[in-house]
Design a protein. Sequence first.
Length: 477
Amino acid sequence: MTVITDEDNCKAGKPNEKLKDLLEEVGWRPESLARRINAAISTMRRENRQIHHKTPYRWLNRGEVPHAPVPEVVVWLLADATGRDLTFDQVWPRGAPRSSLLLPADHRLDLPWDAGGLLRLLEEWSHPMLTRRTFMAVSGMTLTRHAWQWAEAPVPALASAVREGDPVTAPMLELVEEIVARCRRLDERHGAAGAAFVADQFACVSRLLRRSRYDARTGRRLTSALAQLAQTSGFMAFDSARDGEAQRWYLVGLRAAHAADDRALAASILGLMSNQATETGRTGDALQLATAAQEAASQGPSTVRALIAARSGLASAVAGDSATFQRLREQTLELIDDAKDRGEAVPDWAGYVTRTELDAIAGRGMVVLAGQMPTRRRRLLAEAQDLLSGRARTDPSGEPQRSALRHGAWLGLAHVHAGDLDQAVAAARRAVNRLPGVTSARSTDLLQRLGRELAPHARRSPEVKNLLRDLEGRLPT
């Protein structure tokens, strides 16, 4: 990490009373602002800098303005904290230099939910200037309003907007859908390693929608493919801890699923958005998005409804709502059993939804609840270990490896919280052995957390000590 120095601040002037008043309004000290800036910057793709905890005093007392993207990050943080749409000039002195490379995740997404709105969005998405920008995660109504707008908007009839151009043929459609399925398997097998490739496929399908000739039925299939690619790209960005980029993919995917009239796919995207909000500490957003996802899935296949119930349970667990978590767990089991009994056909993108995967998701929720409910801790951890072990023990040559790595790390945490160090070490080793083939920053973070929680036991356990040494050598710093 590079610490931003005095030379990284613009020319001093009068004290910044506007910034001072805003910090007083939200109850932040300058040191608190610095910590929040560093946390935000750490999620940005191209930034690797840190603000010294005393630097904001110079902005307040001397009127200094830091170099981009820090001023925009400050505006965004204060807007989120105050609940107001603050402008740059409401925070910094007039005339201060600003950057156009930092944008909110929903930038230019305030478009009609019709065919024209989607095509305009795809046209702007393809602009090279936009692809070079960094997106900041949004929260509150800025985020959740998209879910409710989607639910109320009529489904558009999307047909070709051009009179000339090559037609989208049946073999071409089959090729597109085969590539979409391969991209999904790429994620399941290798995590975010193929993110750039998947994004390129999104651009190709987007170009077909904008420049080729097709009828309404073909338009639906193309937008379904587009939504699935956006969902895969969104999860890859999330798994790489690029939260603003992930949100943007999810929001675009939601619009594409709407154009495809695919409520089940829209529900899946909303469920992933809820899980992202859960991971980033936005519990209120997570609960709202989970509710929207459940409503979207209400008439869908039982398998999809089971998946949404399981994902929604994570939001309830983080909120400490054990009753709702348990109700959703029971609903998940009923739905997946119903789907099996009826031999229900499920969408191709939901092929990974098995009892093993749903159990693992519930196991994560139980580990979270165990930390909030001391009187039920032992029972919750015991059940979590059982539920996580199936996915965590996935064969090294099988699929899905990314999920096996992630849930293996969670299993290690469940074991260490239960005081079973030998099992925690074994789970950690199985998970780490998957790393050469899987790219997953969030799973790596979980393994680092597991290492920190095991560290106090290293003196009395040679196995823990050896594991920590291996983790230090194999995990990124």
